[in-house]
Design a protein around this ligand. Structure first.
Ligand code: IVH
Length: 693
């Protein structure tokens, strides 16, 4: 791929061909194969060569046709006024801004004695450009940019975007084309990818691609399920619009017409204010809820803009000033794993250091084995790394065309048959994407989580043992597993920070009281995966004795009501791990006991015998809180929807479970509906207070 400088024609032909291929992947297939930064480098190189050797420039160069061909399935739309692009200032120092100002002044024939030019600084949103045509205030058509002359009709999808008004506010002009950017917020993007991952589907590369894919869907129902946002930043054709004199006034007018306009904008006299704007935005870039790839400077006055005009689709009155790319290419050196608080083993990519999103990245998450398989990432590959905002850096995928030979696929379970932290067995349940360490009670990585759960009110109910104290106990090396709690002395505790003699004694007394418990609480306290309070109660009732439960195989376990193969497998796996049995033996030796002949009474309450499924995000309750409330009211929370489900409680961004509930005709309620259910029969009002706060 290297052509000597003596062969510019060969190099230019290669660049053109390569950029065409990248364009096609990006614009037509919605599946980019290189990060933007790499694309931009090649593009800039081609532009430079074309400037240096005008005789070798060709009419079909990608530099002459910014954008891509519309998909044949969407109807073409000819823009009444072409949609322009913005020249990128390659010099990202303050000098770049001064050069822009100098070019503008020069073109306007201004001398140093003339006053400074007024500019508006805006964000450069990383989404896709859209033209919204309003006739007499009504949205009649939405079109993508396409090649700038002809775009695609995407009205059906754009109408599903809540942020885009179907009708303008107040007295509206006969025709107004609003130009702006459709984008996906980073939180919406992360949630979408989490859903894709859970459903075993391919994840999206970045928010822009997810947004572009959604807008260009043929089926508006799919588009509607991907929450998109919009910012207006300009206009196209207008008839009967009382034209503002400046860009700043235009944005205010657009906002008053009911269109979303970004709050981050800045009027500046001369280049210095723009330089400050660039720095100010750079400092908050990570905290913005959406991706930007730079800032845009525009000459504020429209009369001056008209005077400046444009050269090959790029206005001379605007320039983009970019920030470090949020995606880059680097080598994947190795794959390690990290053990999380719940025992999940997350594969982590070790990378050749690369500067991306403003920091040097050496590690990035690979999520899980399924993700590695779907993306087909292999050790030694060149990979695309994305880091945006404060989200952990992620390996987006391999650059397949740079792969040498056929390196072996990565197999997490083969690389780590045992936990790298505690040596317990690692298993991957049939229905799960993640592999987990089975040493829940023993593994140092899971210690804090296990202790908190063990001490919770509905488990062993050790009053006063909250997360701060657990942190202290574990960090001081006083407690490694739940059995160690029963060996604590008031004197040792009193030495801890913020712990007086009195509270130390109180805690030891609470721990002591917890020695006498019920089998159901004890089983729940072990923190076995998929075993909640209700299942623990069923298990206690069915087996009566702990040893019978420990000895049960998956067949026997499935005789317990509501215990299916998945739950049975988690229970069997937990007790099969010798480290866990050892901790249980220590707990019993420490005097933890229960009356084996007296199982807990079946719960009553307004939801007794009812099964509910939670999906999406509820406005006021976390998933754990909702689950705890339902269980306290005698109900059960199931992981998936079936005909036996009594209610599905749906919150924001509810996914596949909601669809399934609709398909099966299961009743769907929201948080308010749940409140009503819980309030039935005078059941205590909802209390969402923390356990042992
Ligand atoms: S104005 C001046 N303003 O950048 C020409 N464009 O290369 C008309 N973009 O595809 C564009 N933020 O989607 C303008 N504040 C902003 C922008 C912006 C992002 C995108 C736009 C276009 C590309 C131009």
């Amino acid at each position: 791929m290297n052509h000597s400088p003596q062969d510019p024609a060969g190099r230019m032909a290669w660049l053109r061909q390569t950029l065409h291929r990248y364009d096609h992947a990006y614009y037509v297939l919605d599946a980019p194969i290189v990060p933007d930064a790499e694309y931009d480098r090649l593009f800039a190189e081609l532009q430079a060569l074309e400037a240096q050797y005008p005789a070798l420039a060709s009419a079909d160069s990608p530099t002459r046709r910014v954008g891509g061909a519309p998909l044949p399935e969407l109807a073409p739309v000819r823009h009444a006024l072409p949609m322009l692009s913005i020249r990128t200032e390659t010099d990202t120092s303050a000098q770049g801004v001064r050069n822009f100002d100098a070019r503008v002044r020069n073109a306007l024939g201004l001398t140093p004695a003339d006053p400074p030019v007024e500019y508006l600084g805006e964000l450069k949103f990383d989404g896709l450009a859209i033209s919204l045509r309003y006739e007499h205030g009504v949205l009649v058509r939405a079109a993508t940019r396409g090649d700038g002359e002809i775009g695609e009709d995407v009205t059906h999808n754009v109408r599903t975007i809540r942020q885009i008004p179907l009708q303008l506010v107040g007295a509206a002009p006969a025709v107004l084309e609003v130009r702006g950017e459709i984008y996906m917020r980073r939180d919406a993007f992360e949630a979408l990818n989490a859903r894709q991952r859970q459903a075993g589907e391919k994840t999206f590369v970045n928010p822009r691609n997810a947004a572009a894919g959604a807008v260009r869907q043929l089926d508006p129902r799919i588009a509607a399920r991907r929450p998109l946002s919009f910012f207006a930043y300009g206009m196209g054709e207008q008839v009967g619009f009382d034209l503002p004199a400046t860009q700043a006034e235009l944005l205010e007018r657009l906002a008053r017409l009911g269109l979303p306009v970004c709050e981050h904008r800045c009027l500046a006299l001369g280049p210095e204010g723009l330089i400050a704007f660039h720095a100010r935005i750079a400092a908050i870039r990570d905290r913005l809820p959406y991706d930007i790839d730079g800032v845009v400077y525009k000459v504020n006055r429209f009369d001056l803009q008209r005077e400046l005009g444009f050269v090959t689709r790029e206005p001379r009155w605007a320039v983009a000033h970019k920030y470090p790319a949020q995606e880059e290419i680097t080598r994947l050196i190795a794959i390690d794993v990290q053990v999380g608080r719940t025992g999940a083993l997350t594969p982590v990519a070790r990378l050749e250091p690369v500067f991306v999103g403003g920091v040097t990245v050496t590690n990035a998450t690979l999520h899980n084995q399924d993700e590695i398989d779907r993306k087909d990432v292999r050790i030694g590959d060149w990979v695309i790394v994305r880091r945006a905002g404060d989200v952990i850096p992620e390996v987006v995928g391999p650059v397949l065309e740079r792969r040498v030979g056929n390196p072996p696929r990565y197999r997490l379970l083969e690389a780590h048959p045992t936990c790298p932290v505690c040596g317990s067995h690692v298993v991957r349940a049939a229905d799960e994407a993640v592999a987990r360490c089975t040493g829940g009670l023993f593994c140092p990585a899971q210690r804090k989580q296990a202790l908190l759960h063990f001490a919770a009110r509905r488990a062993m109910d050790i009053e006063g043992l909250g997360d701060k104290l657990v942190d202290q106990l574990v960090d001081a090396g006083l407690v490694g597993n739940p059995a160690d709690l029963y060996r604590l002395e008031p004197q040792t505790l009193a030495n801890l920070e913020r712990m007086g003699e009195k509270s130390a004694q109180k805690l030891v007394a609470a721990i002591d009281r917890s020695r006498h418990t019920t089998l159901a609480r004890f089983i729940f306290a072990l923190g076995i995966r998929n075993v909640g309070e209700a299942t623990a109660r069923d298990l206690a009732r069915h087996f009566g004795k702990l040893d019978a439960l420990i000895a049960a195989d998956t067949q026997t376990l499935q005789r317990v009501p509501d215990v299916g193969p998945v739950v049975a497998q988690s229970i069997a796996t937990f007790f099969a791990e010798p480290h866990n049995r050892e901790v249980i033996a220590q707990l019993r030796a420490a005097g933890v006991h229960w009356d084996e002949s007296k199982p807990d009474a079946a719960p009553d309450g307004p939801l007794a015998g009812k099964t509910l499924v939670l999906t999406g995000t509820l406005p006021n309750l976390s998933r754990e809180q909702a689950k705890a409330l339902i269980e306290a009211a005698g109900g059960k929370v199931a992981g998936s929807v079936s005909k036996k489900t009594d209610w599905v409680v749906a919150g924001a961004e509810a996914g596949a479970k909601l669809d399934k509930a609709q398909a099966l005709g299961v009743a769907i309620i929201d948080e308010e509906g749940l409140r009503r259910l819980l309030d039935r029969g005078g059941f205590p009002a909802m209390n969402t207070g923390e356990e042992h706060a």
